[in-house]
Write a protein that binds this ligand. Structure first.
Ligand code: SAM
Length: 212
């Protein structure tokens, strides 16, 4: 179902320069976004836009997922932490990138969204994704350190626990701001940190101890 639509979307993401590498392209071709979209919105699954998943939250636009995957340069076998599971779609894409030897840990503050995401990920056969419920602004210390951490909601500043839980070397990607925010990449290497702004974006807020 929707295979042609999926191919058209991937063609658009490549043509616009959001998808740059073959590994990210293959991940987008493999993961059906319709599995992660509520049934009432199925016809919009392959439109490059965020969609409502309930509780005032959204599944991110495909181009934003692509930008974040490319910026993080995710490798096979890595351990990744995602803050803000939402529908589980972004985690499913990242699960393709880390492969069977890697792991994706994702944390969501809404129990009901986490439950739905687990079902979506089971439908997609993603055994290497672990979904937890809690305040992801404090990270997920149980499985640290992480090779990559990314946040799918807007934070006022980079939460300190996330910097601590990031491995060395490691990369952390986070939208900083209110709702209109700046996608920011923090690199950790040899105990040093550098920050780079990657452009403007719009995200729902990170709500929690280190959030809004
Ligand atoms: N990556 C998701 C996807 O592919 O569907 C989209 C995520 S949505 C844009 C942002 C998510 O972050 C929402 O589901 C929201 O409930 C969650 N969130 C906000 N604050 C959070 C927090 N402190 N801890 C965990 N999740 C949080």
């Amino acid at each position: 179902m929707f295979e042609q639509e999926r191919e058209h979307l991937v063609f658009h993401l490549c043509r616009e320069g959001y998808i740059k590498t073959d590994v990210v392209k293959q991940a987008f071709l493999t993961v059906p976004r319709d599995i992660f979209v509520p049934e009432s919105l199925w016809n919009y699954s392959y439109v490059d836009t965020p969609l409502d998943i309930g509780h005032g939250q959204t599944i991110s636009a495909p181009h934003m997922v692509a930008i974040m995957c490319e910026a993080l340069d995710i490798q096979k076998g890595q351990h990744i932490l995602e803050i803000g599971t939402g529908s589980g779609y972004h985690a499913a894409i990242v699960a393709q990138l880390v492969g069977q030897t890697g792991k994706v840990y994702t944390i969501e503050r809404f129990d009901v969204l986490a439950t739905q995401a687990k079902q979506n990920l089971a439908t997609m056969h993603c055994p290497n994704v672990i979904v937890e419920v809690g305040d992801g602004s404090c990270g997920l210390p149980a499985y640290q350190p992480y090779d990559r951490i990314y946040v799918t909601c807007a934070a006022p500043s980079i939460p300190e626990p996330l910097i601590h839980q990031l491995g060395d070397p490691g990369k952390l990607l986070i939208p900083l701001g209110d709702m209109y925010c700046e996608l920011t990449l923090l690199r950790k290497e040899n105990h040093r940190q550098t920050r780079q702004h990657l452009g403007g974006c719009v995200f729902v807020p990170l709500v929690g101890k280190y959030g809004h």
